[in-house]
Design a protein around this ligand. Structure first.
Ligand code: FAD
Length: 509
């Protein structure tokens, strides 16, 4: 049996544990503390022109690293065993559900519920948690034939990496979009063809990659980077048509996070979200990074580079997680709006309830579309469950328009509530200002501290630099909206629609 066929056999739900499972070595679930220790690995992260010594202690990243570590503690907690893990087909030990290749609708639902539990721990504010790209790799491993089209060993490599990541509970992020240097020309016609990340040298042991790629969200906190390309490539662009994995501390890999929001924050009260949940978005530079052949899954192959996203369920699994996370964030958002109305005393105003009704309708639509991806999922010839694509792309396509609308409703409802707050926590505590604060910052429903805490949180969510980064994230994390709408176009059943028109045209006179 080939490694690929063997893998498919092993991941079948009818044979959950491979007969040789006892010989395979299980790695206990990773704890938050183990995860944090692993981040101190010499990775090259640059902030303000300086190399960060250790991301777990640097003020820009330390609290977010703690938030990420909590995810591993949640998964390792025996009380969450069923929700967060499933049985490894190779060892029989618990591994993260994020890596599960669903074989039934119940499996798919279980994956979503695991993502939901993690997203609740971050209020949906960290998008690229370890269950995002693991979903892509589960999708790759579910249809390794796509990679075998470039050579059987590439399929074996991707399956082996998937299994390695699954068995060791790893966190992979990805950079799959070329940098915006000159979009008027393809990669190979840039002023220097090594500007976009691609192969620059091949040896018996592996390949070397150089150039830049955007935008590895959570790269600072991950174990591995998957470097590939989702943008359309054309003949001549073969050097960029690759799919390779590298550890975050690979020599020559440099991460340039955008301006970190937590760096100059001195307390969590005034910046409750940006201080804890800034996952960072990293511009990636590769300077002759060596990739051994076993970590090469796609090599100079335009078709496979494209097909990995669309002919496997990778994009659907990864974005099912993204939607589970988004639905959680929207519940948090509407909860914030409701609490603000309560504190300002507007909650009972009929016009406010109409606005909140519109907000709730948009949130409920996302929630229902998430479940529809499961209930309308299809099972392929290998018994692998694919979430429903039209549903996924419909909700993603509307996200770039509905998200700003939702934020707009909240801005409208809250007036100056988020702005008429004192400068910082110090105003609450200073003997000179405390009595004014207690007298004028309180509301009918809450004391000053409680009211300021809520309004600070709302501002961090909507108005701060962190909040605005989120607005950009929700617009672009799944690609520019014209691309998402093109995905929708490719997946909608237009035949059924046009046949109705044809039938109407054929009505007897
Ligand atoms: C906060 C954030 C986090 C991200 N995280 C990740 C990540 O983790 N990993 C990753 O790989 N990428 C990530 N991305 C990158 C994301 O995938 C890209 O931003 C996205 O694919 C859009 O590409 P672009 O930014 O190059 O925009 P472009 O492709 O340059 O498009 C920008 C705009 O130009 C217009 N436009 C351009 N071309 C056309 C066209 N042909 N037709 C119509 N209009 C057009 C549209 O208005 C479009 O919105 C992230 C982006 C953001 C903002």
């Amino acid at each position: 049996m080939s490694a690929v066929a063997d893998h498919l056999h092993r991941t079948s739900s009818s044979t959950p544990v491979h007969p040789s499972a006892s010989s395979a070595k299980a790695t206990p679930l990773r704890t938050g503390a183990e995860y944090l220790r692993s981040l101190d690995d010499g990775r090259a992260v640059y902030v303000d022109g300086e190399r960060v010594r250790n991301v777990t202690t640097h003020p820009a990243f330390a609290r977010a690293a703690q938030s990420a570590a909590k995810l591993y503690d949640i998964a390792a907690d025996p009380a969450n065993r069923e929700r967060m893990t499933y049985t490894s087909p190779t060892t029989g030990a618990p591994v993260l559900r994020a890596y599960q290749i669903p074989r039934s609708h119940a499996d798919l639902r279980a994956k979503r519920l695991a993502s939901e539990m993690w997203s609740e721990a971050t209020f949906g504010l960290m998008g690229r948690t370890p269950d995002h790209v693991s979903g892509f790799f589960a999708g790759f491993a579910a249809v390794p034939e796509v990679f075998a089209a470039g050579g059987k060993h590439y399929a074996e490599n991707v399956v082996n990496f998937y299994e390695h990541a699954r068995e060791n509970h790893l966190w992979t992020t990805y950079a799959i979009v070329p940098p915006q240097i000159d979009r008027a020309k393809p990669g190979h016609q840039q002023s220097d063809p090594t500007l976009y990340a691609g192969v620059v040298k091949e040896t018996d042991g592996g390949i070397y990659v150089s150039g830049a790629q955007q935008l590895a969200t959570a790269g600072v906190f991950s174990d591995y980077l998957y470097l590939s390309c989702i943008h359309p490539l054309q003949p001549g662009d073969e050097n960029y048509a690759i799919g390779v994995a590298m550890p975050m501390n690979a020599e020559g890999l440099r991460l340039y996070p955008r301006r970190p929001f937590a760096q100059h924050v001195d307390n969590t009260f005034d910046h409750p979200l940006s201080s804890r949940f800034d996952e960072s978005d990293c511009f990636v530079v590769l300077d002759n990074v060596f990739i051994p052949w076993e970590k090469v899954f796609i090599y100079r192959n335009l078709e496979v580079c494209r097909d990995q996203w669309w002919k496997t369920p990778s994009h659907s699994y990864g974005n099912l997680q993204a939607q589970a996370r988004y639905a959680t964030k929207l519940r948090f958002m509407i909860g914030l709006a409701k609490r603000m109305n309560e504190l300002t005393g507007n909650d009972g105003v009929p016009a406010v309830q109409v606005q909140m009704g519109e907000l709730a309708a948009l949130v409920a639509t996302v929630e229902a579309m998430l479940e529809a991806q499961e209930t309308r999922a299809v099972i392929d010839a290998n018994g692998v469950v694919w979430p429903d694509k039209p549903t996924l792309y419909a909700v993603m396509a509307m996200q770039s328009e509905n998200n700003p609308r939702m934020i707009e409703i909240i801005r409208e409802l809250t007036g100056a509530a988020m702005i008429s707050m004192p400068s910082s926590l110090k105003d609450l505590d200073s003997p000179e200002t405390a009595s004014d604060m207690a007298r004028y910052m309180a509301s009918g429903k809450a004391g000053a501290r409680e009211r300021i805490a809520l309004m600070r949180m709302a501002w961090d969510f909507i108005g701060s630099e962190f909040g605005n980064r989120h607005a950009q994230y929700e617009k672009f994390y799944g690609g520019a909206s014209f691309i998402v709408k093109t995905n929708m176009y490719r997946n909608y059943d237009f035949k059924r629609a046009t046949s109705l028109v044809d039938a109407a045209l054929d009505l007897p006179a």
